[in-house]
Design a protein around this ligand. Structure first.
Ligand code: HXC
Length: 257
């Protein structure tokens, strides 16, 4: 399928989605987000895909929501149209989404990265929630997911000053899983996604669902949910395969059943 603002390709069981609006530093205009959500949903439903990578360019993952598009919006329309709500489609994808962030991930760009399941960063990446400089505030998770990732002190600093955080700072703070040299980032992100996509899909989906549930559930309920799903995985062929492969000292060949 042809898209205007993104490119998609597949490598084995990994889908790679590249934001492709270079003249605007991948500013996330509405049609771009519509295309991204549509492509993610298609790969989520594709039995040959086990994980997705979302990336941008070397200069920018995404410099935010499209400021030019937003400049003429007004409250009543935003409210009636539930502006930005459709971005949450990213969080309804069940397969893991890896964000590979080179360059700027600002405002909605940082929020998009945080909607993904793992953020890997190039060593020159910059993260920030600079909305305060525009007379607004983050609107797609910046005050919530950023705080969950890095804690109150750093979140307050970032959201109230609009300062940027380097990749190294973001890794130390817990926003980013790993930092790689910028030129190697995409390859490493794809390798990690391939590793994930090679595991049994039911176990991968359950693992993602449970980590996400830990942000929503009291500990006792989260632990019970985990134990029940753990029990259920013993109904899969892949559990038999994984454990017999270990005993036979061979690599497991998962069929995702
Ligand atoms: C629209 C943008 C844009 C954006 C950059 N551009 N960011 N257009 N929306 N968010 C455009 C510029 O207007 C310019 O187009 C071109 O991209 C190149 O940008 P420059 O500013 O010339 O590049 P540079 O000097 O290298 O500076 C890079 C930058 C700066 C530091 C990232 O572009 C910047 O500060 N951008 C805005 C970042 C921001 O405030 N993001 C938060 C947006 S609010 P022209 O045509 O002039 O050459 C937000 C709200 C989210 O995200 C709420 C819910 C989703």
């Amino acid at each position: 399928k042809e898209f205007e603002y993104i490119k998609t390709e597949t490598k084995g069981r990994v889908a790679i989605l590249t934001l492709n609006r270079p003249k605007a530093l991948n500013a996330l205009c509405t049609p771009l987000m519509t295309e991204l959500n549509a492509a993610l949903r298609t790969f989520d439903a594709d039995p040959n895909i086990g994980a997705m990578v979302v990336t941008g360019s070397e200069k920018a993952f995404a410099a935010g929501a499209d400021i030019k598009e937003m400049s003429t919006l007004n409250f009543v329309d935003n409210f009636k149209n539930n502006f930005i709500e459709d971005w949450t489609g990213v969080t309804k994808i069940r397969k893991p989404i890896v964000a590979a962030v080179n360059g700027f991930a600002l405002g909605g760009g940082c929020e998009l990265a945080m909607m993904c399941d793992i953020i890997y960063a190039g060593d020159r990446a910059k993260f920030g929630q600079p909305e305060i400089k525009l007379g607004i505030i983050p609107g797609a998770g910046g005050t919530q997911r950023f705080t969950q990732a890095v804690g109150k002190a750093k979140a307050m600093h970032m959201v109230l000053t609009g300062d940027m955080m380097t990749a190294a700072e973001a890794e130390t703070a817990g926003l980013v899983a790993k930092v790689y040299p910028a030129a190697e980032l995409l390859e490493k992100a794809i390798q990690n996604a391939e590793t994930i996509a090679g595991y049994s899909l039911p176990s991968v989906l359950m693992a993602k669902e449970l980590v996400d549930a830990s942000f929503e559930m009291p500990l006792a309920q989260g632990l019970l949910f985990e134990r029940r799903l753990f029990h259920s995985l013993f109904a899969t062929k892949d559990q038999k395969e994984g454990m017999s492969a270990f005993a036979a000292k061979r690599k497991a060949d998962f069929t995702h059943e």
